[in-house]
Write a protein of this length. Structure first.
Length: 271
């Protein structure tokens, strides 16, 4: 029985990865209905591992469950994009600063190696590489290598969760930005700042790298194109406000307000 359960778990992981790739690549489009019968035939699998795979993708935010009506590919929107990028900037820059503080020579060597595999110093590359799965995998590993030394496994797990959703939008953005953006130059600048251990510059460049994708998508969306500057200003202000809150020191026990004698602090009221 245990072997059967392990095998089903492995099938679910394989299925989740296959469906995730098709969602991120745009093969399965936002709002597409994920019919169980059609998916069983498409992936030649049973209903149980398929349901588990879709449940996992629901947790990642790539799929939405519709009660008894099944599953759909999660929609994309400007509101979701801005919230996602704001959160990603906070997580990415926090992890990057920590990695720069703790990273050793091996960490530096892996960054250089991953940048080389990505080809950020190669000249004359075609924009078509952004749609090549090998390049996409190297791109994911490159960005992961930058923050790998942050010494916060839970933060890295959450970052990986966010990255899947960001990557979906980034691939949509690639359709609009071909020939208009020096992505390799952005990558080189981040690597240079990281290897010089300039945490502030590296964080600023990483934030700009993420927000350029946001601006590009919103500039090409008829619903947001006319107000993109205003919305980007608001987004950067909210990011800065959050980063300021994260940088403020926590109060010590002596500074924290004390409850009155006999008062009951409850999770519901907080007082």
């Amino acid at each position: 029985m245990r072997k059967l359960m392990d095998n089903q778990k492995t099938q679910a992981e394989t299925l989740a990865n296959a469906i995730r790739q098709e969602i991120v690549r745009g093969v399965l489009k936002p709002g597409d209905r994920l019919g169980m019968v059609a998916l069983q035939e498409r992936y030649e699998t049973g209903i149980s591992p398929l349901r588990e795979a879709l449940s996992r993708l629901t947790t990642l935010g790539l799929v939405t469950a519709e009660g008894q009506r099944g599953f759909r590919v999660a929609q994309v929107s400007a509101t979701d994009l801005m919230d996602l990028m704001k959160t990603m900037v906070w997580v990415e820059t926090t992890a990057l600063r920590a990695a720069i503080a703790h990273g050793d020579r091996d960490w530096e060597a892996e960054i250089v190696a991953s940048a080389h595999r990505l080809g950020i110093n190669d000249r004359g590359q075609s924009d078509a590489r952004f749609f090549d799965e090998k390049w996409e995998e190297n791109h994911r590993l490159f960005h992961r290598s930058l923050v790998a030394a942050c010494r916060a496994p839970r933060l890295l797990d959450y970052r990986a969760h966010l990255y899947e959703n960001v990557d979906r939008y980034r691939r949509l953005s690639a359709f609009y930005e071909r020939g208009t953006r020096d992505v390799d130059g952005e990558h080189r600048a981040i690597v240079d700042a990281v290897l010089r251990r300039n945490a502030s510059e590296a964080a600023t460049l990483a934030e700009a790298h993420l927000l350029e994708t946001t601006r590009n998508l919103m500039s090409n969306d008829p619903e947001t194109a006319d107000s993109v500057d205003e919305q980007m200003d608001r987004l950067t202000a909210e990011i800065a406000a959050g980063q300021g809150a994260l940088s403020r020191p926590l109060p010590t026990a002596a500074q924290a307000p004390r409850a009155k004698r006999g008062a009951l602090v409850t999770p519901e009221t907080g007082s």
